[in-house]
Design a protein around this ligand. Structure first.
Ligand code: DP6
Length: 342
C-alpha cells in the first residue's frame, strides 16, 4: 500500500533577522529572530510525499528535477522524523514497525523563484516536515525538526507573527518557533514584494552567515542588541503600532546588511535598485511626515515592504512611476499586493 499526502507552507519574512549560527551542525542561531508568515496561496511551497515499503529507495524532486537525496539537510530531517516516530507510542507495534521501514518519494515545488533570497528553503523545509509529520502521525511541535533543514524554516511552521527562540540547551531541543500573534491580529497590514532580480544569489545564506560569524566585529554587537529589539517589536506588534514596528524592521535589515559588509571579504546582497527602493521609502515617509512604509531585505536584492492597506495604492503608484516595468512579462512588481490576511 502507498500512503500519500500533499501540504503547502508559506514563506516567512524576518523583521528581526537570523544571521549567524552558534552551532553549525544543529543549525542553532546566534540570536533569536522574529518573522511574519505570509498568507497561504501567495508565496508558498507545495510538497507531496508518498511512502511505501515497495519503493526501492528514498527519492526527491524539486520543481520537477530529481535532486540528491543524500543532501545532509534532507537527511537531517528524515532522521529526526524517524527518531520522533520511534519514540512515540502507537496503538499498534506492527504499524509503527511498518512506518519505519517505509521508503519515501518527495515531490516539492515553489510558486516563486528558488534561491533568489525569497526564503524558498524556509517554505520548502517547513512544508516537507509538516507533510512527514502527518504521514508518520507525529504529535507535538515540529518546528525544531524544520530547523534541521534550514534555520528560518522553523518559523514557517506557524502562521501570523512568530518568534524563533534561540534556546539555551546545547542539544538544540529548546531552539524552536512559537506564534506570538495569529494572522488575524493585524488585518490591515500588507506586504509588497518587489522582485529586483530572480537569479540565484551569489553567496547563499548558510555560507554568508558562516563567514560573517567568523570575521565581523559588528555582528558581535548586533547579537548583544537583539534581545531588546525583540522585546520592543513584540510590543509594537501587540499594540499594532506601525511606526515602531516599521522603524525597528528597517533598522534591523540595515544592520544585518552592514554586518555583511563588515564581513571579510565583504558580502553585498543589495544592488543599486535595492538602494533606490530604500531611498524611495524614506522620501515617501518624509513627505508624508510619518512612517507609513518599511523595507526589509534578506540575503538578496529583492525588497519586502510592509505597509497598511490604506497606503498601498499611493505607494504602488510611486513604485510604478520610478521603476516602470520593461515589458509586461517582466512586470517589476510580481504578484502585486501580497495580502497577509484574508
Ligand atoms: C537573511 O535559514 O536560509 O533570510 O539555516 O543556513 O539554512 P540556514 O539559513 P537560512 O537563513 C535565512 C537568513 C535570512 C534572515 C532570516 O530569515 O531570518
Amino acid at each position: 500500500m502507498t500512503h500519500c499526502i500533499t501540504c503547502s507552507a508559506p514563506v516567512n519574512i524576518a523583521v528581526i533577522k537570523y544571521w549567524g549560527k552558534s552551532d553549525e551542525a544543529l543549525l542553532l542561531p546566534a540570536n533569536s529572530s522574529v518573522s511574519v508568515t505570509l498568507h497561504q496561496d501567495q508565496l508558498q511551497a507545495q510538497t507531496t510525499v508518498a511512502a511505501s515499503h515497495h519503493f526501492e529507495k528514498d527519492r526527491i524532486w524539486l520543481n520537477g528535477q530529481e535532486q540528491c537525496i543524500n543532501n545532509p539537510r534532507i537527511q537531517n530531517v528524515i532522521r529526526e522524523i524517524k527518531r520522533r516516530a520511534r519514540k512515540q507510542k502507537t496503538d499498534s507495534r506492527d504499524i509503527a514497525a511498518e512506518r519505519l521501514n517505509w521508503k519515501i518519494h518527495i515531490c516539492s515545488k515553489n510558486n516563486f523563484p528558488t534561491a533568489a533570497g525569497l526564503a524558498s528553503s524556509a517554505a520548502g523545509y517547513a512544508c516537507l516536515v509538516y507533510a512527514l509529520k502527518c504521514l508518520y502521525k507525529l504529535e507535538g511541535d515540529v518546528s525544531a525538526i524544520a530547523r534541521c533543514g534550514s534555520g528560518s524554516a522553523c518559523r514557517s511552521v506557524h502562521g501570523g507573527f512568530v518568534v524563533w527562540d534561540k534556546g539555551q540547551r546545547l542539544d538544540g531541543s529548546d531552539s524552536m518557533a512559537r506564534q506570538i500573534q495569529p494572522h488575524t491580529h493585524w488585518p490591515d497590514l500588507r506586504v509588497l514584494i518587489l522582485v529586483v532580480n530572480e537569479q540565484k544569489k551569489h553567496t547563499g545564506s548558510t555560507e554568508g552567515m558562516q563567514v560573517t560569524m567568523a570575521t565581523s566585529q559588528l555582528l558581535k554587537e548586533r547579537i548583544r542588541s537583539v534581545p531588546d529589539k525583540i522585546e520592543q517589536i513584540t510590543q509594537a506588534i501587540h499594540d499594532r503600532d506601525f511606526k515602531t514596528f516599521a522603524e525597528i524592521t528597517m533598522k534591523d535589515s540595515n544592520q544585518m546588511h552592514a554586518c555583511c559588509l563588515d564581513t571579510y571579504p565583504p558580502i553585498s546582497y543589495l544592488t543599486d535598485v535595492s538602494r533606490r527602493i530604500i531611498h524611495l521609502v524614506h522620501c515617501f515617509n518624509k513627505h508624508r511626515q510619518e512612517t507609513t512604509v518599511a523595507y526589509t531585505f534578506d540575503a538578496g536584492p529583492n525588497a519586502c515592504l510592509f505597509l497598511l492597506k490604506k497606503d498601498v495604492k499611493k505607494f504602488l503608484h510611486l513604485v510604478k512611476r520610478f521603476f516602470p516595468p520593461k515589458t509586461e512579462e517582466q512586470d517589476f512588481i510580481r504578484g502585486n499586493t501580497k495580502q497577509l490576511m484574508e
